[in-house]
Ligand binder design. Structure first.
Ligand SMILES: [Zn+2]
Length: 147
């Protein structure tokens, strides 16, 4: 990959005097580890410091953190939208607007359902295999129908 770094070769390092990532000449090595460098710009000698622009570990961590937060926010927003949809669907409805849930009943999308356990719900999808997706106050449930 890269040619072996030895004392005398040039390397990018953070210059503690110039406060910049600059080209440095290695003046001391300890095994494969760069110990001391000479700044090619200010000629100052100091311990080797990784360039500030090359700190991928720190940066990827800070970049990943908001992604998780964004995902949670998106999930929360989706749940809130679901909740709002359910509230809008059941708001101002009368008992006669609901069809009591029975597995023998055939339901259609947007139909209001009253379920013994889950309460008032709105059919959001009618699935191929005799199942319906119903939005209740506590969330989406998969129920069977047309049996
Ligand atoms: Zn310098």
């Amino acid at each position: 990959m890269s040619k072996k770094t030895t004392a005398g070769s040039e390397v990018d390092s953070w210059c503690t005097k110039c406060k910049l990532d600059l080209g440095h000449r290695i003046i001391a090595m300890e095994g494969d580890v760069i110990k001391r460098v000479e700044c090619l710009t200010c000629k100052g000698h100091h311990n080797y410091r990784r360039p500030k622009s090359a700190e991928p570990l720190v940066r990827s961590r800070t970049r990943r953190a908001p992604t998780v937060a964004q995902k949670r926010a998106a999930e929360k927003a989706a749940l809130e939208a679901q909740q709002l949809r359910w509230e809008a669907a059941v708001a101002g409805t009368a008992a006669k607007d609901f069809t009591a849930y029975r597995i023998t009943e055939a339901f259609e999308p947007e139909q209001l359902v009253r379920h013994k356990k889950f309460g008032d719900g709105l059919v959001t999808d009618v699935l191929q295999d005799g199942k319906i997706r119903v939005l209740f106050g506590e969330g989406l449930k998969l129920l069977v129908h047309c049996r």
